[in-house]
Write a protein that binds this ligand. Structure first.
Ligand code: GCV
Length: 842
C-alpha cells in the first residue's frame, strides 16, 4: 500500500513490474510508531480483532491510550474502531485499570499482582462476548499495554489468545536531555532543542508532545529536559510557568517532567549570600522553591544535579559533601514525592598527569563510597555505566557495588558523543547489555548490574535507568535514521534488561522498516555488528576512544588525551600503551571491585582482551592470545574495521527498493560518509602508532598507499601546501589550501594506470565555517562537482573535517590529465588532502 505522495512512483514500479514491493516515503518522524499498512495477508490474520474499543474511566492518559489504539488500527488496517462508553454489547477491546474493570464486571478473572506501570493483555469473555482486555494497576500501565498490543500487531505477532503480563524491571526509567535554554544542545547531533529557543520554552510544543508519545511507547516515565550543566534561570519565578507548559505536553503520555538544577541557585538567583547546604536559609530557599514548582506542576518528578564536576560549583565550596548537597534538595522534594538524581560523575579535571598513581577512573568510588548510607531515601545516585565517560568500551563502574545503602541508577548515553555522533552507525544495546549483565559479585548469588540498579540486590526502595538522549528538532529526532534504534533499545532495556540486543534490533527494524524478511535480516545484522566495527577503528583493546578529547570528541586525536589533567590517559609512548590500574603495580583501581572481579582484572591472563589496555600497560611487542602483537592488533583492527565499514555500505545497498527512497538515501549517505571517515581514522591511528613505536606493519600497509596521489605532489595553481595539525590527521601530514587572495585554485596530475573503469576518491576538508565548491575534470571533460556544506564539528582541516567524495565507474586511460578545481568560501579554503584511484569492482 502506498501513501498519496508516492502513488506516482508506486504506479511506475507496478507498471514495470520491476523490483520488490513499493515502499512508502517517510521522514523518520514516526520512528517505530509508523503503523504502516500491513497488507491483505495480515488483514486476514487479524480479522478477528474487535471493531469496538471501550474505555473504562476517564483521564488524559486513558484518552491517549484510546486515541493511540484507534490511530494504530486505522494505520495498519484502514479501519476505524467504534468508540463505546459502556461495556460491550459486542466483541471489544476493553481498556481500563484493574479496579475499573472489576467494578464494571464483577467476577472477571483478570487480576494480577501488577506493580505500577505493569500491564496485562488478556482475552476474556465479558458479558458473553470475547474481549481483548488491556488492564493495569494505573492508567499509565494501560497506555503501555496499548503500545505493546499495537507493537505486536505491527510485528505480525499472534494476538488471538493473549494472556501476557509485563512489568517494568525498575521504577525509574528516565531520559535526560542536555538542552540549553538558548536552544543549543550539549552533545546533540540533530538540530536545536525541541524544548527551548532564545532563552525561553518554545511557543510551539507539538514536537514535545510527539516526543513524549515516543518515550511512553517504550515505557519511559520521566524526562529531565535541561542540561546537567545547569542554568540557574530554570528556577526563576518567571520561568516555572514555562516549564509547566512542557509538563502539560508530557502529561497525556504519562511522562513526568524533571529539570537539572544548579546547586548554587540559592545564591545566584535566590538573593542569598550563600548556597551552603548546611545553612538553614538555603534549606528554606529550596523548600519554598520546590513548593512553588509543585503548585504549578503537581506531578513534577524531581531534579538532576551535577556538582563539583567539570567546573560546576558544588558543596565542596563549603567543605560539604555530595550527601549534604543532595539531601537539602531531597528534603524539600520529599513531601511531594519528588526525587533527586545526584550524579556520581564527579572528578578532578586538573589531575597531575605525571603521577602514575593518579587515575580519574577511581574518582566516583573514592568520593561516593564513603558516603554510602548518608543519602536520603529519595536520593538516587546516577552512575555512568563505566568509570570514565561513555568511551567505546569500559568496564562496569565499581561504584555499583560501592553503594549498598543508597539508591542507584545507571546512566547510559543514547546520544553518540564518543561513538560517532550519529554520523557513524553504532548500535549501543550490545554494549549496554555487557554492563547490565556483568556480574559484580556483590555476594554469594550473582549480582548483575541490572539487578543492583533496580534495587533488587541490596533491597533498595527505588532505582533504575537514565538515558542521555538529546533528540533535536530534525524530523527524524537523532539525525541518522538508524540511530533511533538506540533510543528504542534504551527504553526496551530499561523496561526489561533481560532482552537480547538481537531481539531489540529485530523489533525495532520491523516497526521502523516493516516485516520484509530481507530488510529485517539485513538491518538487524548491520546493527548487531556496528558497535564492534566502530570500536575496531577508533579504540581497540580497551584503550578508550582515541578521539580528540579536548575538542569535538569526533575524529581521531590520539595525543589529546595525554599530558593534561583530564585523566582520559591511555599512556601510549615509544614502547607501549595502556593504563596500569592493577593493585600490585598500578593505580589500585581494580581493588574498588569485589574480590572475584578484582582478581580477574588484576591478572593479565584473565583480563578480557577487549579491556586489556584499560587495566594494563603493555609493550607493543606483547603477544596476545591470538598470536598477534599488540601493535599488529592495532594495525589489523583498524584495517579490518575500515573494511567492515565499507561493507556496511554494500549491505545497505541490497535494500534499494525495499525501503522508502528517503530513508534509503539518507542512510546510504551517512554510511558512505562513515566508510570514508573510517579510513581517516584508520590512517591517523595507524600512522601515529607507527611513528611512535617504529614497529612496521607486518602486512606493509601502514604508510604505504600505492593508489594515492598526495595533493601536495600535484601540479598546483593557486593552491599552497600546508602542515595539518595533528599531522596524522592528513595523509603525509600535509594538505593544500586555496587561501586568500586566491579565489579559485586547481590541483592536477596525470593518470598512469591501465585503461579501465575506476573509483576515484577525493579526500577534502569540509569545515562548518564556509561552503567551498569543488569540480573535477578529466582532460576537458567535466566529471563531477559538489559543495562542501556538511555540518561537521570542525573549523579547520583535520580529522573532524576530512571527507571523501567518491566518483564511481570513471573510465580512465593512461596519460589522462585529472584536474580538481577548488573555490574557497569564508574561512574554508577548499583544502584537499589526496586522490586515490582503485579499479572499479566488477
Ligand atoms: C553535560 C562529558 C561530556 C560533557 C557532559 C559531561 C557530563 O564530559 O563531554 O559534555 O556535560 O560528560 O556528563 O556531565
Amino acid at each position: 500500500m502506498c501513501r498519496l505522495r508516492s502513488i506516482a512512483v508506486c504506479g511506475v514500479l507496478l507498471l514495470l513490474a520491476l523490483g520488490p514491493k513499493c515502499a512508502r516515503a517517510e521522514t523518520g518522524a514516526d520512528a517505530w510508531l509508523r503503523y504502516a499498512p500491513l497488507g491483505e495477508q495480515a488483514a486476514q490474520k487479524y480479522s478477528h480483532l474487535p471493531a469496538t474499543v471501550v474505555v473504562l474511566g476517564n483521564s488524559p492518559v486513558l484518552e491517549s491510550a484510546k486515541a493511540e489504539l484507534i490511530r494504530g488500527i486505522r494505520g495498519m488496517f484502514g479501519k476505524t474502531l467504534r468508540d463505546d462508553k459502556t461495556l460491550p454489547r459486542d466483541h471489544a477491546i476493553v481498556l481500563g485499570t484493574l479496579s475499573a474493570l472489576q467494578s464494571a464486571t464483577p467476577g472477571i478473572s483478570a487480576s494480577a499482582g501488577l506493580p505500577e506501570d505493569g500491564f496485562l493483555l488478556v482475552t476474556e469473555r465479558v458479558h458473553g462476548f470475547d474481549c481483548l482486555i488491556v488492564t493495569a494497576t494505573n492508567d499509565r500501565g494501560v497506555l503501555y499495554g496499548v503500545f505493546a498490543l499495537l507493537s505486536k500487531i505491527a510485528r505480525n505477532e499472534n494476538v488471538s489468545a493473549l494472556h501476557e503480563t509485563q512489568q517494568p524491571y525498575a521504577p525509574i526509567r528516565w531520559t535526560d536531555e542536555w538542552d540549553n535554554l538558548d536552544g543549543s544542545i550539549e552533545r546533540g547531533y540533530a538540530g536545536p532543542s525541541i524544548f527551548f529557543e532564545n532563552g525561553s520554552v518554545r511557543a510551539d510544543l507539538t514536537r514535545v508532545g510527539e516526543y513524549a508519545r515516543l518515550l511512553s511507547s517504550i515505557g519511559i516515565n520521566g524526562c529531565s529536559i535541561s542540561n546537567v550543566n545547569a542554568n540557574p534561570r530554570v528556577l526563576e519565578d518567571n520561568f516555572l510557568p514555562q516549564l509547566a507548559r512542557v509538563a502539560e505536553a508530557f502529561r497525556p503520555w504519562g511522562v513526568q517532567l524533571a529539570i537539572s538544577v544548579d546547586v548554587s541557585s540559592p545564591k545566584v538567583i535566590g538573593g542569598l549570600d550563600t548556597f551552603d547546604p548546611a545553612d538553614p536559609r538555603v534549606a528554606e530557599w529550596w523548600r519554598k522553591k520546590v513548593e512553588e514548582i509543585y503548585r504549578l506542576i503537581p506531578d513534577f518528578a524531581g531534579v538532576v544535579v551535577k556538582a563539583d564536576s567539570e567546573g560546576r560549583l558544588g558543596p565542596a565550596t563549603y567543605g560539604r559533601t555530595p550527601a549534604d548537597a543532595a539531601n537539602v534538595i531531597a528534603r524539600a522534594l520529599a513531601p511531594h514525592r519528588g526525587v533527586v538524581f545526584y550524579r556520581a560523575f564527579v572528578y578532578n579535571h586538573h589531575l597531575d598527569w605525571r603521577d602514575p598513581k593518579n587515575d580519574r577512573a577511581r574518582a566516583a568510588y573514592d568520593i561516593f563510597h564513603p558516603l554510602d548510607g548518608k543519602f536520603d531515601d529519595n536520593v538516587i545516585i546516577q552512575i555512568k555505566h563505566g568509570p570514565i565517560d561513555f568511551q567505546v568500551r569500559e568496564p562496569a563502574s565499581p561504584l555499583f557495588t560501592g553503594l549498598e545503602k543508597t539508591n542507584e541508577a545507571i546512566e547510559l548515553q543514547v546520544t553518540q558523543e564518543y561513538t560517532g555522533q550519529q554520523r557513524h552507525l553504532c548500535f549501543l544495546p550490545p554494549m549496554w547489555k555487557e554492563t547490565l549483565d556483568f556480574d559484580m559479585h556483590a555476594g554469594e548469588n550473582s549480582s548483575p548490574v541490572k539487578d543492583i540498579v533496580a534495587g533488587k540486590t541490596f533491597h533498595r526502595p527505588t532505582g533504575g535507568f537514565v538515558g542521555v538522549v538529546n533528540v533535536g528538532i530534525d524530523a527524524n529526532w537523532l539525525g541518522h535514521p538508524l540511530a533511533m534504534a538506540n533510543l528504542y533499545g534504551y527504553g526496551r532495556l530499561a523496561w526489561n534488561p533481560d532482552l537480547e540486543s538481537k531481539t531489540i534490533a529485530e523489533e525495532w527494524t520491523r516497526l521502523t522498516f516493516g516485516n520484509d524478511a530481507a530488510v529485517v535480516r539485513t538491518i538487524k545484522s548491520m546493527l548487531a555488528s556496528s558497535w564492534t566495527v566502530y570500536e575496531s577503528y577508533t579504540g581497540p583493546l580497551g584503550a578508550g576512544t582515541l578521539t580528540d578529547i579536548l575538542g569535538s570528541h569526533f575524529g581521531p586525536g590520539v595525543e589529546s588525551s595525554e599530558r593534561n589533567g583530564w585523566g582520559q590517559w591511555h599512556r601510549a609512548d615509544h614502547d607501549g600503551i595502556g593504563m596500569d590500574r592493577t593493585a600490585s603495580t598500578g593505580t589500585g583501581y581494580v581493588d574498588q571491585y569485589r574480590a572475584p572481579v578484582a582478581k580477574m582484572y588484576e591478572s593479565l591472563s584473565t583480563t578480557p582482551k577487549d579491556l586489556l589496555l584499560f587495566f594494563h600497560h603493555l609493550p607493543y611487542t606483547y603477544v596476545l592470545h591470538s598470536g598477534k602483537t599488540v601493535i599488529q592488533h592495532i594495525y589489523d583492527s583498524h584495517y579490518d574495521g575500515a573494511e567492515a565499514a565499507a561493507n556496511l555500505v554494500q549491505r545497505w545497498k541490497t535494500l534499494k527498493g525495499r525501503v522508502d527512497q528517503e530513508r534509503y538515501a539518507e542512510v546510504l549517505k551517512r554510511l558512505e560518509y562513515q566508510a570514508g571517515h573510517a579510513i581517516v581514522w584508520r590512517d591517523a591511528i595507524c600512522n601515529w602508532f607507527f611513528q611512535i613505536s617504529g614497529v612496521p606493519d607486518r602486512l606493509g600497509r601502514v604508510g604505504h598507499y600505492p593508489d594515492r596521489v598526495e595533493a601536495e605532489a600535484m601540479q598546483l595553481l593557486g593552491y599552497l601546501p600546508f602542515d595539518v595539525v595533528p599531522r596524522e590527521t592528513a595523509s603525509g601530514g600535509k594538505a593544500v589550501e586555496c587561501a586568500p587572495p586566491a579565489q579559485k585554485c586547481s590541483a592536477a596530475f596525470q593518470f598512469n594506470g591501465a585503461a579501465g573503469r575506476y573509483e576515484m576518491d577525493i579526500e577534502y576538508f569540509d569545515q562548518n565555517n564556509g561552503k567551498s565548491k569543488f569540480r573535477v575534470l578529466v582532460g576537458d571533460q567535466f566529471i563531477d562537482e559538489w559543495i562542501a556544506d556538511d555540518h561537521l564539528p570542525a573549523t579547520k582541516p583535520g580529522g573532524d573535517s576530512s571527507t571523501r567524495r567518491r566518483i564511481a565507474g570513471l573510465a580512465l586511460r593512461p596519460g589522462d590529465h585529472i584536474r580538481i578545481e577548488g573555490v574557497p568560501d569564508g574561512e574554508e579554503h577548499a583544502a584537499l588532502d589526496y586522490v586515490e584511484i582503485h579499479p572499479s569492482p566488477n
